[in-house]
Ligand binder design. Sequence first.
Ligand code: PAF
Length: 276
Amino acid sequence: MKVIQDIQELRHELASYDSIGFVPTMGFLHEGHGSLLEQARRENEIVVLSIFVNPTQFGPNEDLERYPRDEQRDQQLARAAGVDYLFYPTNETMYPLDMARVTVRTGDDVLCGASRPGHFDGVLTVVSKLLNIVHPTRAYFGLKDAQQLALIEGYVADYFVPVEIVRCPIIREEDGLAKSSRNVYLSEQERGQAPRLQQALQEAKHLLETGMPVEEVVERTKDALRLEGTELDYVDAVAYPTLGPVSSDTQTILLAVAVQFQSARLIDNLLYTRGA
Ligand code: PAF
């Protein structure tokens, strides 16, 4: 595995391959990333992983400084996962002038976007830069960040970016908690409460299957997620992948939840296809 910081050097190295699988991350790799890398490995000649904690997607009161980092461990895991190139840019490399950024037009006023203004502008800005640097055949993103994934798909369609965006399933702990770099922040008690997110979503799925109206399912899920010592950020249902309101025509519903624990905000979701 080659570790590269420089854009020209990376472009030179990648010039001769037929297919490039790309997994962009902010590091502190876990099994969720591992499964993206595995799929990228299976489907492409080479795999490129990027690790960059992108400052423009963190709000002023968010955890940029505290975001977990472990360069050595990440490199070991990347090597073990069969990564060919690890792109490890600096802020100066990624934002040389910072004169232009991508702005989201629709779909960032709901779910995580509603309480994190500007977050998805930052995500699309950095993803756009990374896709322009790597020029991958396929780029892999987890459905755990379903809103992010839908917005990236929208960006790629609107800007005619020649890449296939691959949707990858949520990877979970044995008790159902979705894997996340932020899980390390949870206290023992919070770790015990955290699987409730997935349980509440499973209950919601069951209610949707019985034909209960979506609004009622959302209210029931809110009740199920009022956990001691936490603050419920949102429970909401939107059409997927448009992220617009659910209507009688909506085929696939994204039911998403976010709960603020003392030291970490956890998200989880469910994609429910009517009549499937
Ligand atoms: O999902 C993430 O880890 C980040 O939002 C991404 C896509 C790497 C952009 O910084």
